[in-house]
Design a protein around this ligand. Structure first.
Ligand code: NDP
Length: 253
């Protein structure tokens, strides 16, 4: 687990916590002492996460999970999440907006409208609605942190990845605007490019690739988790997990 990361007493929402990068990020944050509010649709994956967090707690005394089975495309459900967290904790310290879908890998002219709409709805609109739901709570934290999962596809020219690339460029731009709005607060907001990672989404995108050549999501989660640290200073940046460096795409005014 991530050394020196102390999140004792911190409350963290992690979306897409039922598998892949979100699952291991949730475990990292809990291992550092956070109470993780784990959001996804697959109850089995969330329960597995809960079991792992409980087992870790039995050894170290740290970490806890509250499971929230929720489809992030359920807008009113997302709106209610902020209220429920406020009622229970009165604040939110960490948001990991990780849930996402690939949609389809296809020439842009062959993408079905319903697939395009679904990718934008899940990756962009649901992320915006979640941000809107918890933004007031993050402002109440003395060290609010938001981590928004983007992708290299937001910047690189990648044939056939049109809907996904568009959605990631959009969330990244949104995170940057949000960071600028809050730059005078203790809130720190960054996007992350996790790089190619051994998950179900990557296998769907690259069926011919040997997954064993890719880093395990637990490795990537260890690199991303420090963005939740109360001591983090960067905001409005993109963290490139492969090089473990911050990149700024700010244009001169
Ligand atoms: P996975 O497909 O393994 O996991 C995606 C997660 O998102 C699952 O937990 C899934 O949960 C959740 N999710 C998807 N749709 C919804 C929904 N409507 N409501 C609630 N939860 C939802 O993906 P990865 O772990 O690979 O990806 C995580 C993030 O990292 C994504 O944003 C992805 O774009 C990004 N990324 C991944 C890369 C990679 O190589 N893996 C590279 C670059 C970026 P459930 O199905 O249970 O709802």
């Amino acid at each position: 687990m991530t050394a020196h990361l102390n999140l004792t007493g911190r409350v963290a929402v992690v979306t897409g916590a039922s598998r892949g990068i979100g699952y291991f990020l949730a475990r990292e944050l809990a291992a550092a002492g956070a109470h993780v509010v784990a959001v996804a649709r697959t109850i089995g994956g969330l329960e597995e996460l809960d079991d792992e967090i409980k087992a870790e707690k039995a050894l170290t005394g740290k970490g806890e999970a509250t499971l929230v089975p929720l489809d992030l495309n359920d807008g009113p459900g997302v709106d209610r999440l902020g209220g429920a967290i406020h009622e229970r904790w009165g604040k939110l310290d960490i948001l990991v907006a990780n849930a996402g879908i690939l949609g389809v890998i296809a020439p842009i002219g062959h993408v079905e409208a319903k697939v395009f709409d679904r990718v934008i709805a899940t990756n962009v609109t649901a992320t915006w609605r979640l941000i809107r739901s918890v933004d007031p709570l993050l402002r109440l934290s003395d060290a609010g942190r938001a981590i928004v999962l983007s992708s290299g596809a937001a910047h690189s020219a990648r044939a056939f990845w049109g809907p996904y690339a568009a959605s990631k460029a959009a969330v990244e731009a949104m995170a940057r605007s949000w960071a600028d709005e809050t730059k005078n607060l203790p809130l720190r907001i960054n996007s992350v490019n996790p790089g190619a990672t051994r998950t179900a989404m990557r296998a769907l995108a690259m069926p011919g690739e040997d997954p064993q050549t890719l880093p395990h999501p637990s490795e990537i989660a260890k690199k991303i988790a420090p963005l939740a640290s109360p001591t983090l200073t960067e905001t409005g940046m993109i963290f490139d997990a492969a090089s473990e460096r911050f990149i700024s795409y700010r244009m001169p005014e």
